[in-house]
Design a protein around this ligand. Sequence first.
Ligand code: NAD
Length: 244
Amino acid sequence: MNGKRAVVTGAASGIGQAVALRMLRDGEQVLAVDLDAARLEPVREAGAEVLVADLGTAEGCDAVASVGAGADHLVNAAGIIRLRDIFTMPRDEFRDIFRINVESVFFLCQQLGPTMPSGGAIVNLSSISAKLTATLETAAYAASKTAILAITRSFAYALAPQDVRVNAICPGIIDTPMQDRVLEEVARLRGITASELSDLRTATVPLGRGATPDECAAAICFMLSDAASYMTGQAINYDGGMVM
Ligand SMILES: NC(=O)c1ccc[n+]([C@@H]2O[C@H](COP(=O)([O-])OP(=O)(O)OC[C@H]3O[C@@H](n4cnc5c(N)ncnc54)[C@H](O)[C@@H]3O)[C@@H](O)[C@H]2O)c1
């Protein structure tokens, strides 16, 4: 990916950070975007240009679109999760999840996609929760991740004439700060320990483990690369076999 330019959102943590670091190692120029200025420091030190922006706002997306115009690659990894019982999920939290997880993906595809050169590619972070209902406390999050699959297909059609590919990845259990929060909060709601819940969840994974952020980043970089040049509009499970 030497000489290419990328925009990576959610680059201050977890999967987005691992993608940014992997791209920098491969010689790609990276615009690393996140709300959290302090935690962008590792990617800045590794050579990324950083942009602090709230992607849940039009102004935040506009700032990314203006600095990132013409990039070869876009990875939409910024996202939030709120764990709630499905019957008590408040409307404002539901809207926050959609504002950040869904609107940022739609509007960054809309604003950056048409500026991308032939051979460009986008990967949107969906989730295995878009395909499998196992954790009811993530119902609103799962709805947002399912919306991302429709957005991915629509932009795959819209950008195909300019040879820009758009795919989604559906990770299962990736060991990131978000995953730690999910374990702690769902365990609390169910009255068990995070370690007990972790064992129960891992037992549902045929490969018997979660993945590192860098393993997930490797799959994302493959989907962006020319090695995947005929793949568009797909939703690739990356889940140790949870969904086959
Ligand atoms: N970790 C998993 O197991 C897993 C599984 C399936 C899908 N995903 C998805 O992968 C993506 C990355 O997840 P992660 O586990 O690395 O999460 P994470 O919480 O470690 O990182 C998410 C990043 O997004 C940033 N962010 C949140 N709201 C923002 C906003 N309004 N504007 C800008 N940045 C914002 C956060 O500051 C954080 O740095 C998310 O979209 C998540 O839903 C993760």
